[in-house]
Design a protein around this ligand. Structure first.
Ligand code: GLV
Length: 331
């Protein structure tokens, strides 16, 4: 009977799929992230045919070596896969998969929750009310910024970026400026034109063009050597003083210290981030600021979506162990 190691307890729907396929499923008995040494310890006898892993697991050559030649696949339950050394997997002839698509709407919704929350000072208002500071309506209290008809900058118009842009255009009549390695004319056509007849969504040939002109900038690129610190002190200075930065992709894309400095100095008006440069650590300076909203990497965290992600990771493993091509094969 094939054996699958699951690096941490996940939604039961995924486990049920694996058991239903006739596999012996062993789940990390401790409800915590395994260190690399611990993961190697669990995998060391090469007894597993597959590993169901998470974005918090750092999977490199040594981990693949511990898993041994019996192991066919590492199925990552995340759309991002920067936690996995994909070239080493290729070298070891181990398949790697991710879970795209099923979380697109959920992450786009969270991105909009952050945009609305930072612009309308929702967390700040909540803290204010809980602290007993509300003594009656005031004309100048907690003034935020409008969203409708403003300009949203999208860096990375992939599945999630284009969904966020869609909500912006259709829901809030925003104009969208987007940067991506390739232009998406179909998306531009679908976005239509504004009341003045200008296109709602416009391609920018550089990130800088987006940063200079957007009222909100939302990051949707994967973490790669080329995107590490894509948003740094210099680029933050290019943004409007009144602009907000939103990040639901990966923390290291933004230089977190530079962001804290920029927020403190009023270089930009605010930021809303779901991901951090050194997770789970958070830059201490950010914690002191009112003009930042932080959520703990929960953009895909709904019951429905986490179940779908677990099922899709299981489907990939089942396909690989049945000699078929997994639907989300990365190599
Ligand atoms: C979450 O961050 C994911 O990559 O799925």
């Amino acid at each position: 009977m094939p054996k699958v190691f699951v690096t941490r307890k996940v939604a039961q729907a995924g486990i049920d799929k694996l058991s239903g396929a006739g596999y012996e499923v062993e789940i990390n008995p401790q409800d915590k992230v395994l260190s690399k040494e611990e993961l190697i310890y669990y995998l060391r006898e090469g007894k597993y045919d597959a590993v169901f892993c998470l974005l918090t697991d750092k999977i490199d050559k040594e981990v693949f070596e511990a898993a041994g030649p019996q192991c066919k696949i590492f199925g990552n339950m995340a759309v991002g896969f920067d936690n996995i050394d994909v070239p080493s997997a290729k070298e070891k002839k181990i398949m790697v998969t991710n879970t795209p698509g099923v979380l697109t709407d959920t992450v786009a919704e969270h991105t909009f929750a952050l945009i609305l929350s930072i612009a309308r000072r929702i967390s700040e208002g909540d803290r204010f009310a809980r602290a007993g500071k509300y003594h009656g309506w005031e004309p100048m209290m907690l003034l935020g910024a409008d969203i409708s008809k403003k300009t949203l900058g999208i860096v990375g118009l992939g599945r999630i970026g284009s969904r966020v842009a869609h909500h912006a255009v259709k829901g809030f009549e925003m104009n969208v400026l987007y940067y991506d390695v390739k232009r998406n004319e179909e998306f531009e056509k679908e976005s239509g034109v504004d009341s003045a007849g200008s296109p709602q969504a416009k391609f920018c040939a550089t990130v800088e063009e987006v940063l200079k002109n957007a009222d909100f900038v939302s990051i949707h690129v994967p973490l790669m050597p080329e995107t590490q610190h894509l948003i740094n002190a210099e680029r933050l200075k290019m943004m409007k003083k009144t602009a907000y930065l939103v990040n639901t992709s990966r923390g290291p894309i933004v230089d977190e210290k530079a962001l804290a400095e920029a927020l403190k100095a009023g270089v930009i008006r605010g930021a809303a981030i779901d991901v951090f440069e050194h997770e789970p650590a958070i830059e201490p300076e950010l914690l002191k600021l009112e003009n930042v909203i932080m959520t703990p990497h929960i953009a895909s965290a709904t019951e429905e979506t986490r179940a779908k992600m677990a099922e899709l990771a299981a489907d990939n493993i089942i396909a690989a162990l049945s000699g078929q091509k997994p639907p989300n094969l990365l190599i």
